[in-house]
Ligand binder design. Structure first.
Ligand code: DLL
Length: 432
Protein backbone atom coordinates (compact mmCIF):
# COMPACT_ATOMS: atom_id res chain seq x y z
CA UNK A 1 0.00 0.00 0.00
CA UNK A 2 2.38 2.66 1.26
CA UNK A 3 6.15 2.56 1.43
CA UNK A 4 6.54 5.35 4.00
CA UNK A 5 3.05 6.16 5.28
CA UNK A 6 4.27 8.79 7.72
CA UNK A 7 5.81 10.75 4.83
CA UNK A 8 3.31 10.00 2.08
CA UNK A 9 0.28 10.86 4.18
CA UNK A 10 1.84 13.71 6.16
CA UNK A 11 -0.39 16.45 7.40
CA UNK A 12 -0.07 19.42 4.96
CA UNK A 13 0.91 21.94 7.58
CA UNK A 14 3.62 19.70 8.93
CA UNK A 15 4.78 18.98 5.38
CA UNK A 16 5.06 22.66 4.52
CA UNK A 17 7.08 23.32 7.64
CA UNK A 18 9.45 20.52 6.67
CA UNK A 19 9.68 21.89 3.12
CA UNK A 20 10.61 25.32 4.42
CA UNK A 21 13.35 23.99 6.67
CA UNK A 22 14.74 21.87 3.88
CA UNK A 23 14.53 24.73 1.40
CA UNK A 24 16.51 26.97 3.73
CA UNK A 25 19.23 24.40 4.16
CA UNK A 26 19.36 23.79 0.39
CA UNK A 27 19.76 27.53 -0.22
CA UNK A 28 22.58 27.71 2.29
CA UNK A 29 24.23 24.75 0.64
CA UNK A 30 24.12 26.15 -2.90
CA UNK A 31 25.22 29.63 -1.87
CA UNK A 32 28.16 28.20 0.03
CA UNK A 33 29.28 25.68 -2.60
CA UNK A 34 28.01 26.53 -6.09
CA UNK A 35 29.48 29.74 -7.56
CA UNK A 36 26.71 29.86 -10.19
CA UNK A 37 24.04 30.20 -7.49
CA UNK A 38 26.07 32.56 -5.33
CA UNK A 39 26.38 34.89 -8.33
CA UNK A 40 22.68 34.62 -9.18
CA UNK A 41 21.62 35.38 -5.61
CA UNK A 42 24.00 38.34 -5.46
CA UNK A 43 22.63 39.71 -8.71
CA UNK A 44 19.10 39.55 -7.34
CA UNK A 45 20.18 40.92 -3.97
CA UNK A 46 18.78 38.00 -1.98
CA UNK A 47 20.36 35.86 0.69
CA UNK A 48 19.18 32.45 1.92
CA UNK A 49 17.95 33.95 5.18
CA UNK A 50 15.55 36.23 3.25
CA UNK A 51 13.46 33.18 2.50
CA UNK A 52 11.14 32.98 5.49
CA UNK A 53 8.14 31.29 3.93
CA UNK A 54 7.46 28.98 1.01
CA UNK A 55 5.92 31.84 -0.94
CA UNK A 56 9.29 33.62 -0.81
CA UNK A 57 10.55 30.91 -3.16
CA UNK A 58 8.95 32.94 -5.96
CA UNK A 59 11.79 35.45 -5.53
CA UNK A 60 14.50 32.90 -6.19
CA UNK A 61 16.26 32.65 -9.55
CA UNK A 62 15.27 30.01 -12.08
CA UNK A 63 17.70 27.39 -13.35
CA UNK A 64 17.65 26.38 -17.01
CA UNK A 65 19.10 23.48 -18.91
CA UNK A 66 21.51 25.95 -20.55
CA UNK A 67 22.90 26.84 -17.10
CA UNK A 68 23.74 23.18 -16.56
CA UNK A 69 25.38 23.00 -19.96
CA UNK A 70 27.42 26.16 -19.32
CA UNK A 71 28.75 24.52 -16.17
CA UNK A 72 29.55 21.19 -17.84
CA UNK A 73 30.61 18.81 -16.44
CA UNK A 74 30.91 19.37 -12.68
CA UNK A 75 30.38 23.11 -12.18
CA UNK A 76 26.97 22.76 -10.52
CA UNK A 77 28.07 20.13 -8.00
CA UNK A 78 27.79 21.25 -4.38
CA UNK A 79 30.22 18.67 -3.01
CA UNK A 80 33.76 17.68 -3.95
CA UNK A 81 33.95 14.78 -6.40
CA UNK A 82 35.36 12.58 -3.65
CA UNK A 83 31.89 12.54 -2.08
CA UNK A 84 30.12 11.69 -5.29
CA UNK A 85 29.44 7.98 -5.62
CA UNK A 86 27.47 7.98 -8.89
CA UNK A 87 27.33 10.08 -12.04
CA UNK A 88 24.55 10.04 -14.66
CA UNK A 89 24.04 12.11 -17.78
CA UNK A 90 20.96 13.09 -19.71
CA UNK A 91 20.61 11.83 -23.23
CA UNK A 92 21.80 15.07 -24.82
CA UNK A 93 19.80 14.66 -28.03
CA UNK A 94 20.09 18.41 -28.44
CA UNK A 95 23.65 19.55 -27.91
CA UNK A 96 25.91 18.68 -25.00
CA UNK A 97 24.78 16.22 -22.35
CA UNK A 98 24.17 17.44 -18.82
CA UNK A 99 25.93 15.65 -16.03
CA UNK A 100 24.43 14.98 -12.60
CA UNK A 101 25.89 13.41 -9.46
CA UNK A 102 24.76 11.70 -6.28
CA UNK A 103 26.29 11.29 -2.84
CA UNK A 104 25.73 8.06 -0.92
CA UNK A 105 22.92 9.78 0.92
CA UNK A 106 21.36 11.00 -2.34
CA UNK A 107 21.31 7.43 -3.62
CA UNK A 108 19.64 6.29 -0.44
CA UNK A 109 16.94 8.94 -0.78
CA UNK A 110 16.55 8.23 -4.47
CA UNK A 111 15.96 4.50 -4.08
CA UNK A 112 13.56 5.23 -1.25
CA UNK A 113 11.52 7.64 -3.36
CA UNK A 114 11.43 5.18 -6.25
CA UNK A 115 10.35 2.50 -3.74
CA UNK A 116 7.37 4.74 -2.90
CA UNK A 117 6.46 5.04 -6.59
CA UNK A 118 6.81 1.30 -7.15
CA UNK A 119 4.70 0.50 -4.09
CA UNK A 120 1.94 2.92 -5.05
CA UNK A 121 1.83 1.25 -8.48
CA UNK A 122 0.93 -2.09 -6.88
CA UNK A 123 4.33 -3.83 -6.78
CA UNK A 124 5.47 -5.60 -3.60
CA UNK A 125 8.35 -7.81 -2.50
CA UNK A 126 6.46 -10.77 -3.94
CA UNK A 127 6.80 -9.44 -7.47
CA UNK A 128 9.35 -10.23 -10.17
CA UNK A 129 10.12 -6.95 -11.85
CA UNK A 130 11.68 -6.81 -15.30
CA UNK A 131 13.50 -3.56 -15.98
CA UNK A 132 13.45 -3.08 -19.75
CA UNK A 133 15.01 0.38 -19.80
CA UNK A 134 18.46 0.76 -21.33
CA UNK A 135 21.08 0.49 -18.56
CA UNK A 136 23.81 3.10 -18.74
CA UNK A 137 23.96 6.84 -18.27
CA UNK A 138 20.13 7.02 -18.40
CA UNK A 139 18.65 7.43 -14.90
CA UNK A 140 15.60 5.28 -15.70
CA UNK A 141 17.14 1.83 -15.46
CA UNK A 142 19.34 2.15 -12.39
CA UNK A 143 16.77 4.40 -10.73
CA UNK A 144 13.98 1.83 -10.99
CA UNK A 145 16.42 -1.01 -10.36
CA UNK A 146 17.55 0.19 -6.95
CA UNK A 147 14.03 1.25 -5.98
CA UNK A 148 12.76 -2.24 -6.78
CA UNK A 149 15.57 -3.88 -4.81
CA UNK A 150 14.72 -1.59 -1.93
CA UNK A 151 11.14 -2.84 -2.01
CA UNK A 152 12.51 -6.36 -1.98
CA UNK A 153 11.10 -7.43 -5.35
CA UNK A 154 13.14 -9.81 -7.51
CA UNK A 155 14.75 -7.62 -10.12
CA UNK A 156 15.55 -8.76 -13.66
CA UNK A 157 17.90 -6.20 -15.21
CA UNK A 158 16.90 -7.10 -18.77
CA UNK A 159 17.88 -3.70 -20.21
CA UNK A 160 16.23 -2.78 -23.52
CA UNK A 161 16.48 -4.38 -26.93
CA UNK A 162 16.28 -7.89 -28.30
CA UNK A 163 12.54 -7.91 -28.02
CA UNK A 164 12.04 -11.65 -28.57
CA UNK A 165 14.49 -12.37 -25.76
CA UNK A 166 12.65 -9.93 -23.48
CA UNK A 167 9.53 -11.98 -24.03
CA UNK A 168 11.38 -15.18 -23.33
CA UNK A 169 12.61 -13.70 -20.03
CA UNK A 170 9.11 -12.62 -19.19
CA UNK A 171 7.75 -16.06 -19.83
CA UNK A 172 10.53 -18.17 -18.31
CA UNK A 173 11.27 -15.97 -15.29
CA UNK A 174 7.55 -15.35 -14.64
CA UNK A 175 7.93 -11.58 -14.51
CA UNK A 176 4.92 -10.00 -12.83
CA UNK A 177 5.87 -6.36 -13.41
CA UNK A 178 7.32 -4.62 -16.43
CA UNK A 179 9.25 -1.35 -16.37
CA UNK A 180 9.72 0.32 -19.77
CA UNK A 181 8.82 3.30 -21.89
CA UNK A 182 5.18 3.13 -22.98
CA UNK A 183 6.21 2.90 -26.62
CA UNK A 184 8.47 -0.07 -25.90
CA UNK A 185 5.74 -1.74 -23.86
CA UNK A 186 3.45 -1.46 -26.87
CA UNK A 187 6.08 -2.97 -29.12
CA UNK A 188 6.51 -5.82 -26.65
CA UNK A 189 2.75 -6.39 -26.72
CA UNK A 190 2.66 -6.49 -30.52
CA UNK A 191 5.71 -8.73 -30.72
CA UNK A 192 4.05 -11.12 -28.29
CA UNK A 193 1.11 -11.41 -30.68
CA UNK A 194 3.36 -11.91 -33.67
CA UNK A 195 5.15 -14.71 -31.88
CA UNK A 196 1.77 -16.33 -31.31
CA UNK A 197 2.14 -16.29 -27.54
CA UNK A 198 -1.12 -15.72 -25.64
CA UNK A 199 -1.06 -13.21 -22.78
CA UNK A 200 -2.14 -16.07 -20.53
CA UNK A 201 1.29 -17.66 -21.02
CA UNK A 202 2.77 -14.72 -19.08
CA UNK A 203 2.48 -13.87 -15.38
CA UNK A 204 2.48 -10.10 -15.92
CA UNK A 205 0.22 -8.04 -13.64
CA UNK A 206 1.72 -4.58 -13.47
CA UNK A 207 3.29 -2.11 -15.88
CA UNK A 208 5.24 0.92 -14.65
CA UNK A 209 5.79 3.26 -17.54
CA UNK A 210 7.37 6.65 -17.90
CA UNK A 211 10.11 8.74 -19.40
CA UNK A 212 8.05 9.89 -22.40
CA UNK A 213 4.58 11.30 -22.99
CA UNK A 214 1.69 8.90 -23.61
CA UNK A 215 -2.06 9.20 -23.79
CA UNK A 216 -4.88 7.55 -21.87
CA UNK A 217 -5.89 5.65 -25.01
CA UNK A 218 -2.34 4.33 -25.33
CA UNK A 219 -2.61 3.09 -21.75
CA UNK A 220 -5.73 1.06 -22.63
CA UNK A 221 -4.03 -0.38 -25.70
CA UNK A 222 -0.97 -1.49 -23.71
CA UNK A 223 -3.10 -2.89 -20.89
CA UNK A 224 -5.11 -5.05 -23.23
CA UNK A 225 -2.11 -6.25 -25.22
CA UNK A 226 -0.12 -7.22 -22.12
CA UNK A 227 -2.94 -8.04 -19.72
CA UNK A 228 -1.73 -5.63 -17.03
CA UNK A 229 -2.64 -2.61 -14.95
CA UNK A 230 -0.43 0.23 -16.19
CA UNK A 231 0.64 3.31 -14.23
CA UNK A 232 2.54 6.44 -15.20
CA UNK A 233 5.58 7.74 -13.37
CA UNK A 234 7.62 10.86 -13.97
CA UNK A 235 11.03 12.32 -13.38
CA UNK A 236 14.01 13.91 -15.06
CA UNK A 237 17.72 13.43 -14.61
CA UNK A 238 18.46 17.07 -13.86
CA UNK A 239 16.27 16.91 -10.77
CA UNK A 240 17.01 13.29 -9.78
CA UNK A 241 15.64 10.82 -12.32
CA UNK A 242 12.49 8.73 -11.81
CA UNK A 243 10.88 9.02 -8.36
CA UNK A 244 9.62 12.60 -8.55
CA UNK A 245 5.97 11.74 -9.08
CA UNK A 246 3.88 8.69 -9.84
CA UNK A 247 0.36 7.38 -10.07
CA UNK A 248 -1.23 5.33 -7.34
CA UNK A 249 -3.76 2.68 -8.32
CA UNK A 250 -6.54 5.28 -8.33
CA UNK A 251 -4.81 6.56 -11.45
CA UNK A 252 -6.08 10.08 -11.22
CA UNK A 253 -2.86 12.04 -11.45
CA UNK A 254 0.75 11.61 -10.36
CA UNK A 255 1.52 12.23 -6.67
CA UNK A 256 4.63 14.30 -6.00
CA UNK A 257 7.10 13.34 -3.34
CA UNK A 258 6.74 16.81 -1.91
CA UNK A 259 8.88 16.29 1.15
CA UNK A 260 11.83 16.12 -1.29
CA UNK A 261 10.74 18.55 -4.01
CA UNK A 262 9.13 21.96 -4.02
CA UNK A 263 6.64 22.10 -6.88
CA UNK A 264 5.53 25.14 -8.88
CA UNK A 265 3.68 25.53 -12.17
CA UNK A 266 4.34 28.76 -14.05
CA UNK A 267 3.34 30.41 -17.28
CA UNK A 268 6.30 29.67 -19.60
CA UNK A 269 6.13 33.18 -21.10
CA UNK A 270 5.56 35.43 -18.09
CA UNK A 271 6.94 33.00 -15.46
CA UNK A 272 4.07 33.98 -13.18
CA UNK A 273 2.41 31.16 -11.21
CA UNK A 274 -0.68 29.61 -12.83
CA UNK A 275 -3.66 28.46 -10.74
CA UNK A 276 -4.37 24.75 -10.18
CA UNK A 277 -6.13 23.21 -13.14
CA UNK A 278 -4.42 25.40 -15.73
CA UNK A 279 -1.63 24.22 -17.96
CA UNK A 280 1.83 25.59 -17.26
CA UNK A 281 5.49 24.65 -17.06
CA UNK A 282 6.54 22.50 -14.13
CA UNK A 283 9.30 24.05 -12.02
CA UNK A 284 11.06 21.96 -9.38
CA UNK A 285 13.39 22.70 -6.49
CA UNK A 286 15.22 19.84 -4.81
CA UNK A 287 14.95 19.92 -1.01
CA UNK A 288 17.30 17.16 0.11
CA UNK A 289 19.87 16.64 -2.61
CA UNK A 290 23.48 17.03 -1.55
CA UNK A 291 25.61 16.57 -4.67
CA UNK A 292 23.44 18.26 -7.24
CA UNK A 293 20.80 20.56 -5.74
CA UNK A 294 18.71 22.56 -8.20
CA UNK A 295 16.76 25.71 -7.49
CA UNK A 296 13.57 26.36 -9.49
CA UNK A 297 14.58 24.13 -12.36
CA UNK A 298 12.48 24.82 -15.46
CA UNK A 299 11.58 21.35 -16.67
CA UNK A 300 9.95 22.46 -19.97
CA UNK A 301 7.23 19.93 -19.21
CA UNK A 302 3.66 21.15 -19.46
CA UNK A 303 1.31 19.88 -16.76
CA UNK A 304 -1.75 20.86 -14.75
CA UNK A 305 -1.87 20.63 -10.96
CA UNK A 306 -4.97 18.73 -9.86
CA UNK A 307 -7.00 19.81 -6.87
CA UNK A 308 -8.95 17.74 -4.39
CA UNK A 309 -7.95 14.80 -2.27
CA UNK A 310 -7.03 11.38 -3.57
CA UNK A 311 -8.98 8.44 -2.10
CA UNK A 312 -5.66 6.62 -1.59
CA UNK A 313 -4.95 8.83 1.41
CA UNK A 314 -1.65 10.25 0.19
CA UNK A 315 -1.40 13.96 0.76
CA UNK A 316 1.24 14.67 -1.90
CA UNK A 317 -0.37 16.93 -4.50
CA UNK A 318 -0.92 15.49 -7.96
CA UNK A 319 -0.10 16.62 -11.46
CA UNK A 320 -1.85 15.60 -14.67
CA UNK A 321 0.08 13.42 -17.06
CA UNK A 322 2.65 15.43 -19.02
CA UNK A 323 0.69 17.14 -21.78
CA UNK A 324 3.68 18.14 -23.89
CA UNK A 325 6.95 20.00 -23.68
CA UNK A 326 7.45 23.67 -24.33
CA UNK A 327 10.25 22.67 -26.70
CA UNK A 328 8.57 19.83 -28.57
CA UNK A 329 5.80 22.06 -29.72
CA UNK A 330 6.00 22.32 -33.48
CA UNK A 331 4.98 25.49 -35.20
CA UNK A 332 3.57 24.47 -38.55
CA UNK A 333 2.41 27.35 -40.72
CA UNK A 334 2.08 29.42 -37.60
CA UNK A 335 -0.07 26.90 -35.72
CA UNK A 336 1.12 25.23 -32.52
CA UNK A 337 1.07 21.45 -32.75
CA UNK A 338 1.98 18.92 -30.05
CA UNK A 339 2.85 15.35 -31.06
CA UNK A 340 0.52 14.03 -28.35
CA UNK A 341 -2.47 15.64 -30.13
CA UNK A 342 -1.71 13.45 -33.11
CA UNK A 343 -1.54 10.37 -30.92
CA UNK A 344 -4.99 11.21 -29.53
CA UNK A 345 -6.48 11.33 -33.02
CA UNK A 346 -4.84 8.13 -34.21
CA UNK A 347 -6.00 6.20 -31.18
CA UNK A 348 -9.59 7.03 -32.05
CA UNK A 349 -9.38 5.66 -35.56
CA UNK A 350 -10.07 2.01 -36.07
CA UNK A 351 -7.52 0.16 -38.18
CA UNK A 352 -4.54 2.35 -37.29
CA UNK A 353 -1.85 1.40 -34.80
CA UNK A 354 -0.39 3.88 -32.32
CA UNK A 355 2.94 4.02 -34.11
CA UNK A 356 3.47 7.28 -35.92
CA UNK A 357 5.99 9.88 -36.92
CA UNK A 358 5.58 13.47 -38.00
CA UNK A 359 7.89 14.71 -40.73
CA UNK A 360 8.06 18.45 -41.30
CA UNK A 361 9.69 20.04 -44.36
CA UNK A 362 9.81 23.48 -45.84
CA UNK A 363 8.96 23.80 -49.51
CA UNK A 364 9.80 27.36 -50.53
CA UNK A 365 8.26 29.50 -47.81
CA UNK A 366 5.67 26.90 -46.92
CA UNK A 367 5.80 24.32 -44.11
CA UNK A 368 4.63 20.88 -45.07
CA UNK A 369 3.87 18.21 -42.54
CA UNK A 370 3.34 14.55 -43.24
CA UNK A 371 2.10 12.13 -40.63
CA UNK A 372 3.27 8.57 -41.22
CA UNK A 373 0.75 6.24 -39.64
CA UNK A 374 1.15 2.52 -39.13
CA UNK A 375 -1.91 0.67 -40.35
CA UNK A 376 -2.91 -2.92 -39.69
CA UNK A 377 -1.74 -5.32 -42.39
CA UNK A 378 -5.23 -5.97 -43.70
CA UNK A 379 -5.56 -2.46 -45.10
CA UNK A 380 -2.77 -3.12 -47.59
CA UNK A 381 -4.82 -5.94 -49.10
CA UNK A 382 -7.81 -3.65 -49.45
CA UNK A 383 -8.72 -1.73 -52.57
CA UNK A 384 -7.10 1.63 -53.27
CA UNK A 385 -10.47 3.17 -52.63
CA UNK A 386 -10.63 1.78 -49.09
CA UNK A 387 -7.10 2.92 -48.36
CA UNK A 388 -7.91 6.39 -49.63
CA UNK A 389 -11.04 6.51 -47.48
CA UNK A 390 -8.96 5.78 -44.43
CA UNK A 391 -6.36 8.42 -45.29
CA UNK A 392 -9.15 10.95 -45.82
CA UNK A 393 -10.73 10.08 -42.50
CA UNK A 394 -7.44 10.54 -40.63
CA UNK A 395 -6.69 13.76 -42.46
CA UNK A 396 -10.11 15.19 -41.64
CA UNK A 397 -9.80 14.27 -37.95
CA UNK A 398 -6.32 15.75 -37.76
CA UNK A 399 -7.53 18.94 -39.40
CA UNK A 400 -10.28 19.15 -36.81
CA UNK A 401 -7.89 18.59 -33.89
CA UNK A 402 -4.90 20.59 -35.08
CA UNK A 403 -6.52 23.31 -37.16
CA UNK A 404 -4.23 22.73 -40.13
CA UNK A 405 -4.08 20.33 -43.03
CA UNK A 406 -1.36 17.73 -42.98
CA UNK A 407 -0.52 14.96 -45.40
CA UNK A 408 -1.17 11.43 -44.19
CA UNK A 409 0.62 8.31 -45.39
CA UNK A 410 -0.25 4.79 -44.35
CA UNK A 411 2.78 2.62 -43.81
CA UNK A 412 3.51 -0.80 -42.39
CA UNK A 413 4.58 -0.69 -38.77
CA UNK A 414 7.93 -2.28 -39.53
CA UNK A 415 8.81 0.41 -42.04
CA UNK A 416 8.69 3.00 -39.23
CA UNK A 417 11.72 3.29 -37.01
CA UNK A 418 11.16 1.16 -33.89
CA UNK A 419 12.27 2.41 -30.50
CA UNK A 420 13.39 0.44 -27.51
CA UNK A 421 13.67 3.53 -25.34
CA UNK A 422 12.07 6.92 -25.81
CA UNK A 423 10.26 7.15 -29.14
CA UNK A 424 11.25 9.95 -31.49
CA UNK A 425 7.97 11.21 -32.90
CA UNK A 426 9.13 14.24 -34.83
CA UNK A 427 11.53 14.61 -37.73
CA UNK A 428 11.84 18.32 -38.37
CA UNK A 429 13.86 18.75 -41.55
CA UNK A 430 13.51 22.53 -41.31
CA UNK A 431 16.09 22.58 -38.54
CA UNK A 432 18.67 20.58 -40.44
O1 DLL B 1 13.27 10.02 -18.38
C1 DLL B 1 13.58 9.90 -16.00
C2 DLL B 1 12.60 8.80 -15.93
C3 DLL B 1 12.99 7.51 -16.19
C4 DLL B 1 11.28 9.04 -15.56
C5 DLL B 1 12.11 6.50 -16.11
C6 DLL B 1 10.38 8.00 -15.45
C7 DLL B 1 10.79 6.72 -15.73
P1 DLL B 1 15.40 12.09 -18.68
O2 DLL B 1 15.98 11.12 -19.64
O3 DLL B 1 16.27 13.16 -18.16
O4 DLL B 1 14.84 11.36 -17.41
O5 DLL B 1 14.15 12.71 -19.40
C8 DLL B 1 13.30 13.59 -18.71
O6 DLL B 1 11.41 12.87 -20.03
O7 DLL B 1 11.55 16.20 -18.77
C9 DLL B 1 9.89 14.63 -19.66
O8 DLL B 1 9.88 15.45 -20.80
C10 DLL B 1 10.03 13.18 -20.09
N1 DLL B 1 9.29 12.33 -19.16
C11 DLL B 1 9.75 11.65 -18.10
N2 DLL B 1 8.74 10.95 -17.51
C12 DLL B 1 7.61 11.22 -18.23
C13 DLL B 1 6.24 10.81 -18.14
C14 DLL B 1 13.85 10.41 -17.40
N3 DLL B 1 5.81 9.96 -17.22
C15 DLL B 1 12.15 14.02 -19.59
N4 DLL B 1 5.37 11.34 -19.05
C16 DLL B 1 11.15 14.85 -18.85
C17 DLL B 1 5.80 12.18 -20.00
C18 DLL B 1 7.96 12.11 -19.26
N5 DLL B 1 7.06 12.59 -20.13
Amino acid sequence: MYWEPDKECMDREELEQLQLERLQSTLNRVCAHVPFYRRKFDELGIAPEDVQSLSDAARLPFTMKSDLRDNYPYGMFAVPLREVVRVHASSGTTGMATVVGYTRNDLKNWSNLVARIITMAGVTKDDVIQVSFGYGMFTGALGLHYGAERVGASVIPASSGNTARQIQFMRDFKSTALVATPSYALLLGDTLREMGIPVSALSLKWGLFGSEPWSEAMRKEIESKLGIVATDNYGLSEVMGPGISGECLERNGLHFNEDHFLVEVVDPETLAPVPDGEVGELVLTSLTKEAFPVIRYRTRDLVRMLSGECPCGRTGRRMSRVLGRTDDMLIIRGVNVYPLQIEHVLMEIEGTEPYYQIVVDRKGAMDEATVLVAAGESIFFDTMRKQKEMVDRIRAKLRQELGITVEVKLVERKSLQQFEGKAKRVVDNRKL
